[in-house]
Design a protein around this ligand. Structure first.
Ligand SMILES: O=P(O)(O)OC[C@@]1(O)O[C@H](CO)[C@@H](O)[C@@H]1O
Length: 311
């Protein structure tokens, strides 16, 4: 089983518009897609799509929280959340006909100290049956980056591989816990190492530096260009085929979820990357956030190229 941790879950609302946004005017939405969101829920959807057992955990609260669990269960996602006093947030993604995507992310309501303690105890229990634990997305107020790091440290100490998908100061703090895998983009890896990183050589050097520090797998997402990975197997670059993107939101989460499945199945990291990139690319072809068709992913898999660029 894979456990996904989403401390700042959300109801994700994808709004499809028939005409471009004009500032200061009223827009009627033509298609609405609501889903159980927050990065870990999207990753869970990918894991479920791949028919692998998953348990989504974190915090949910209020009517939105109940709705989120209902949406998750409709998608076949098993969940075990801590219910909080406060309402779960919503995140809105506006998709225009020109394929432009604009997101509005609510901050999320604060978590009380006793709610966090209850979560810590739950995670220890869930970890006992986990093959991989993924830590996804931002943290709400009431939880510090230090708290988050400790969760990862404790899970790693229990011998369970951890994948962390975080950004900014949260990612900086998590690095000290030496998770099994991180998935920064170019800007995030630059912030992490406190230097400007733009060229491919700089990305490789940065990822190799983090690998030397003890992080086993560093996947740097390069958007439509694919991803670069440094692992014990070497340094790889994987490129997906060109596609007509419908909804890019959640593609990174699909990558994390499907990578976790491949890792749990003990595939070599180069195959984990090709597989995960295929699923993530397929998810950009679906209206629903972080949804994909396995047959489409299998077709894309044949077209993904992967090259070992260093030992
Ligand atoms: O605020 P976070 O947790 O960093 O990101 C939240 C979020 O933007 O991430 C997902 C897309 O990756 C969406 O489901 C969700 O709305």
């Amino acid at each position: 089983m894979i456990v996904t941790v989403t401390l700042n879950a959300s109801i994700d609302k994808a709004y499809y518009l028939d005409s471009p946004v004009v500032d200061g005017t009223v827009h009627r939405v033509s298609v609405v897609d609501n889903s159980a969101g927050g990065k870990g829920l999207n990753a869970s959807r990918a894991i479920t799509t791949l028919n692998y057992p998953v348990c989504a955990t974190g915090f949910v609260g209020g009517n939105n929280g109940r709705y989120l669990v209902e949406l998750a269960h409709k998608d076949g996602i098993t969940s075990d959340f801590i219910y909080t006093e406060q309402e779960t947030r919503s995140c809105i993604n506006i998709l225009e006909p020109n394929k432009q995507s604009t997101e509005f992310l609510e901050p999320g309501q604060p978590i009380l100290p006793e709610e966090f303690l209850a979560f810590k105890a739950k995670l220890v229990q869930l970890t006992k049956d986990a093959e991989v634990v993924t830590f996804n997305g931002s943290i709400p107020k009431g939880i510090s980056a230090e708290n988050y790091k400790e969760l990862i440290q404790e899970t790693m100490a229990a011998g369970v591989p951890c994948i962390v998908d975080a950004s900014g100061t949260l990612l900086t703090s998590c690095i000290d816990a030496l998770p099994t895998m991180i998935k920064p983009n170019t800007d995030e890896i630059g912030q992490l190492l406190k230097r400007e990183i733009t060229t491919q050589d700089e990305i490789i050097e940065a990822a190799q530096e983090l690998h030397k520090r003890g992080i086993k797998i560093i996947v740097v997402s390069l958007g439509a260009q694919g991803a670069l990975m440094v692992s014990d197997e070497g340094t790889f670059i994987a490129n997906p085929p060109k596609i007509e993107v419908i909804n890019p939101v959640g593609a990174g989460d699909t990558l994390v979820g499907s990578f976790a499945v491949a890792l749990a199945q003990r595939k070599p990291t180069s195959e984990c990357l090709t597989f995960a990139l295929s699923c993530a690319t397929a998810s950009c072809l679906s209206i629903g956030t972080g949804r994909f068709d396995q047959a489409v992913a299998a077709e894309i898999h044949k077209q993904v190229t992967i090259k070992k660029i260093a030992g």
